[in-house]
Design a protein around this ligand. Sequence first.
Ligand SMILES: [Zn+2]
Length: 303
Amino acid sequence: MTFSGSLLDPADRYRNDENWIKARLDDSQSRYLVLWTLQVLVTGDEALALVWLTRSDVENELPGAFAAAPVFLGVDAEGAAYFAVDADGVAGETAPFPGSGQFLELRATASRLQGGEAGILARARSMVDWHKRHGFCACCGQISYITRGGYMRKCSNLACGAEHFPRVDPVVIMLIIRGDNCLLGRQTRFPDGMFSVLAGFIEPGETIEEAVRRESHEEAGIRVGAVRYVASQPWPFPSNLMIGCEAEALTEEITLDTQELEAAFWVSRADIRRVMAGDKTLGFSLPASVAIARQLLDRWVGE
Ligand SMILES: [Zn+2]
């Protein structure tokens, strides 16, 4: 599953040790991943690799880049520490490190990275994005500062002292099945012709199963019975956890919520297979394998 399987140990045990973090930031073995406008520095053509820089590489190109604390990403098997650095605010409008690689958007990059690097990237992007948008305390409005290697922000107002933690937003994404058919829908923002499985944010006070049933009914008017968990995927746009399920439909009549979906239809397993094999005559396409939606469909047609 793309964006999972990081090879780094996130090493929570070190995060409270400010001296350890500081020593790693000064350690010549430590490596830094630079994000610029939330894009990531990579090298390669078809197969890509993340570009890991030393602290002096980063500071030579971007003086002041370490003023905002880098986010600790973890340690490798040899004990070397890895961090993410946000270049925004210290880099200009043109991409830094032109001699080291190119900055690419994550969706285009992730499936071309090797060996668990997309998992590292998911953590890096979600964390850097969270810090960008949480500079101020949500309780009192004062400036908050980064601590615990980036895994907490603490309010600078001593009278408040609120602690803020990185958020993960759970989303249910469900393959709704009725016999040998499944339900596909499309949102207006999808690429032309692409249809996918339904999805929606879990609301406070809901179980996964309840969210699947509510979303299926709200978006397409379908009543759902049994819900089975299949797999999950971190989706760092900005910080979702996609919870992939199969859901047994109890009804077939589609009633669209046109705020959510512009179209939806039942499609047979055989037709899904034809589209996967490249048949364009059916008039729709499916998500790429980077998305769990495609993994759910692949699994179902393989049964
Ligand atoms: Zn506060």
